[in-house]
Design a protein around this ligand. Structure first.
Ligand code: CA
Length: 470
């Protein structure tokens, strides 16, 4: 949401609470420095569409570039933002400006961004520790070094120079991992828009083919974009994947110009970003609205594995439980359908232990979702960091360090996205060649299970066929 100088942001209290929570976790006499993202040049004098930094936005709700937030351990917050400038505002848009920032955003004080160096250098004097997000902002380390030098130059006048640099991500990542009610509401809204976009693309594919029109991947991509923007989404959450036929077996394929043929499957992995939050849906559907026998067999297998995954997602379970549940179903299905030959790879346990399923399922079953599509947050349980153990991999003999996976808690949001990708190879039944299927939904973890927020787009094969009937 853009700051508006005439009124205060209705969510100010939410951001103020988050800043207070950060302040509480800083050691005494410390400051935290959180810059937003820079503008990035696309070519010559055109920039890429601007996207704020997620940490900065999480603590301010402010989306102007060239801004920096400082939180002090005494709880006070300072914003540096672009100054009012009539000429620049005529070209680039209205700026909030430092005078209006405190009342509009609820920060304690604000300065023009060109005062960052002078004011922060002064603030670091007499601090014990400086916190900032490590490894995110190019050049920030150098800047911090310069502020330290200035503080050190004042030591002979009795000032203290900070002795510790700490990674602020450690604090912010843990906070962002649990989505509060405000965040969950936005994510539900984003998911709803994305679900509508998938429906639109499915229908369009079937109707164009039924009318004898040529369908290209970009036609379906256009349907997604239309639906996203139509409902106020500001961006796609990531580059949309629209993969016709064999392209579905390329995991990070992007929507391109390939022809979508009658009888092929189309895999679409796409989601919008709404008010700073991502959604992430994958559906795989028959281009003409009717699954063939082999397509349906693999589809139903992936769906069954997703159902097992969903059933394993609840507070108290480990992050790895949904993946393990999916692998079990997929591996058994690969044996049953003849993708894997039991005479060569052994039974289910062998397939899992020696990862024979990897030929057809080579990625994890989910990731955190939030402001970033691959959201921040450790996948290791922090309360059990000390209890790692090593083992020898059954396949390679390599030593592997096993650290206990994160225990899921209510309010965490993750994707559940098993798949199967059959590249042509010797011994692989020809009827399955070049079929790639992934089914992905977004889940909010609850005490008793999980809430799927993306199910406005159908997932059962029969329902997809009914939706696409032309
Ligand atoms: Ca995805």
């Amino acid at each position: 949401m853009n700051g508006d100088s005439d009124m205060s942001n209705p969510n100010n209290e939410i951001y103020a609470k988050r800043r207070a929570a950060v302040a509480q976790q800083l050691g005494a006499d410390s400051i935290a420095i959180i810059p937003t993202a820079p503008e990035r040049q696309r070519n010559r004098d055109s920039d890429f569409l601007y996207r704020h930094d997620s940490y900065f936005y999480y603590l301010t709700g402010f989306s102007e570039p060239n801004s920096t937030l400082v939180i002090q351990s005494n709880g006070s917050s300072t914003l540096f933002c672009p100054p009012k400038d009539q000429e620049r505002e005529i070209w680039d848009g209205i700026r909030l400006g430092p005078d209006a920032a405190p009342s509009s955003l609820g920060v304690d004080q604000a300065f023009s961004s060109d005062q960052v160096d002078a004011v922060i250098a002064k603030m670091t004097e007499n601090c014990k520790s400086i916190y900032y997000p490590f490894g995110i902002h190019a050049g920030l380390d150098v800047q911090v070094g310069q502020w330290l030098t200035k503080a050190r130059n004042r030591v002979r006048y009795g000032a203290l120079c900070p002795a510790n640099l700490r990674d602020l991500c450690a604090i912010l990542d843990e906070m962002r991992l649990i989505k509060d009610a405000h965040e969950q509401d936005i994510m539900r809204a984003a998911a709803k828009i994305s679900a509508g976009a998938h429906i639109r693309a499915m229908k369009r594919s079937a109707s164009m083919l039924a009318q004898g029109q040529e369908v290209r991947e970009y036609h379906l991509d256009a349907e997604l974009l239309h639906e996203f923007r139509q409902h106020g989404s500001q961006y796609t959450a990531y580059g949309s994947i629209v993969a016709a036929g064999a392209h579905a077996c390329i995991l990070h394929y992007r929507a391109d110009k390939a022809k979508v043929n009658n009888g092929e499957l189309v895999l679409i992995d796409a989601g919008c970003e709404l008010d700073g939050y991502a959604s992430d849906i994958t559906r795989t559907f028959p281009a003409n609205g009717k699954f063939t026998g082999p397509q349906r067999a693999l589809y139903d297998l992936v769906l069954a594995s997703q159902q097992a995954s969903i059933a394993a997602t609840r507070a108290g379970a480990r992050f790895t439980d949904p993946h393990d549940a999916a692998v079990k179903v997929l591996a058994q299905g690969m044996l049953d359908l003849g993708l894997l030959d039991a005479n060569k790879v052994g039974n289910l346990q062998d397939v899992i232990e020696k990862r024979a399923y990897f030929q057809f399922y080579m990625h994890r079953t989910g990731h955190w979702l939030g402001m970033d599509v691959h959201d921040c947050g450790d996948y290791i349980e922090p309360s059990e960091l000390g209890s790692s153990h090593t083992r020898h991999d059954a396949l390679t003999g390599d030593v592997i360090i096993n650290r206990p996976a994160r225990i899921l808690r209510a309010g965490m949001v993750l994707t559940i996205e098993p798949g199967i990708y059959v590249r042509p190879a010797a011994g692989v039944p020809e009827q399955f060649h070049n079929i790639g299927i992934r089914i992905e939904d977004d889940a909010i973890v609850t005490e008793i299970g999980c809430e799927l927020i993306t199910r406005d787009v159908p997932v059962h094969a029969d329902e997809i066929e009914a939706l696409m009937r032309w």
